[in-house]
Design a protein around this ligand. Structure first.
Ligand SMILES: [Zn+2]
Length: 335
């Protein structure tokens, strides 16, 4: 089901007659429902009894799609974990293996080209969703270029990305762009209420207004409260010891929490009220008063550049350690 805030865009797309043969580029902020939109649109294109509002959900095509067995539908994305991996114990080896496969590889692209060339099993259409299309490896993008440039009749490509500027310009220029935007706060909160998100307003603030991201952040909640409780609110905790407990899975949430916490410290100093950790206003005031402001701003810049290196952390433990120690240094100057 399309999210309420995307319905206007849906009506625009579903109203296009004839449906455009070019690939569509679904671009916009992370966490606003682009992937759901793409999948629903693909189903709608393959549905045999589609209404203007969406796929019927009960025809043979819809039933095959629901069971993941429609032969004319493909979905690819970077670095899909192997089956059974979910249950496997997280190890540094597995984590680095996964980050190394965070591309849509040339093999996947070649498979896809083969799929596109074959005639549809049913009807006259095939639908292809490429999730995180900005992660198409350049060689994969090149392998797909001809197909994207001029897809065979009835082959519909839906490219999803929150970083359209990272797509090869040659790919981007082939596509018709659908621009997604953040919903209004009211729309987002209404949806989050339906998803049973505990502190929806805070979660939404944390997610920068993106409701699906807010929901996702809930799953990071244990990491967040761990670093807040055990580190940010525990000035005597040993950063070196703590960083030993931060694995590849946790590191982004840890850095994000440090960033938001420090943003709040700056915000509290400058405007008096925090933006993210609104439930910690008092302790933030107390902590901000002890911080060296220029040092805090420098630390925030360091965190920002650390994030850019996260996809290839040379030494996870050292990265985590320097993030935690860097935070402490913001205060040591004043002691
Ligand atoms: Zn149907």
């Amino acid at each position: 089901v399309i999210h309420a805030w995307n319905e206007k865009l849906w009506r625009m797309v579903a109203g296009m007659d004839p449906f455009p043969p070019q690939p569509l580029l679904l671009a916009g902020p992370r966490g606003v429902g682009k992937e759901v939109f793409a999948r629903t649109l693909a189903h709608w294109l393959l549905c045999r009894d589609a209404a203007a509002t969406g796929p019927c959900g009960s025809c043979m095509a819809c039933r095959l799609l629901a069971s993941g067995n429609h032969p004319d539908y493909r979905e690819i994305r970077p670095g899909v974990p192997e089956e059974g991996d979910e249950a496997a114990e997280e190890t540094e080896v597995r984590a680095s293996k996964r980050s190394a496969s965070r591309w849509i590889k040339v093999d996947q692209a070649r498979d896809l080209s083969g799929f596109v060339q074959l005639a549809p099993h049913f009807g006259a259409r095939k639908a292809i969703v490429i999730v995180e299309a900005d992660r198409l490896h350049p060689s994969a993008a090149n392998a797909l270029l001809k197909t994207l440039e001029e897809p065979p009749a009835g082959r519909h490509f839906l490219l999803v990305t929150s970083r359209p500027q990272r797509l090869l310009p040659t790919v981007r220029s082939r596509c018709i762009r659908l621009q997604f935007r953040l919903p209004t706060e009211d729309d987002a909160l209404t949806w989050l209420a339906g998803e049973d998100v505990g502190n929806a307003r805070a979660a939404l603030a944390m997610a920068g207004g993106a409701p699906l991201r807010a929901l996702e952040l809930q799953t990071d909640a244990s990491v967040r409260s761990w670093i807040v409780e055990r580190f940010l609110l525990s000035p005597d905790a040993d950063p070196v010891e703590l960083s030993g407990g931060i694995d590849a899975e946790k590191l982004p949430a840890v850095i994000d929490t440090l960033q938001r916490w420090c943003h709040d410290l700056v915000q509290v100093r400058l405007t008096g009220s925090p933006r993210y950790h609104t439930d910690r206003a008092q302790i933030l005031h107390h902590t901000a008063a002890q911080a060296d402001l220029p040092g805090l701003l420098r630390y925030l810049r360091t965190l920002q550049s650390t994030i850019r290196t996260l996809e290839h952390p040379l030494n996870l433990r050292l990265v985590a350690e320097s993030c935690l120690i860097g935070y402490r240094n913001v205060f040591s100057a004043r002691r």
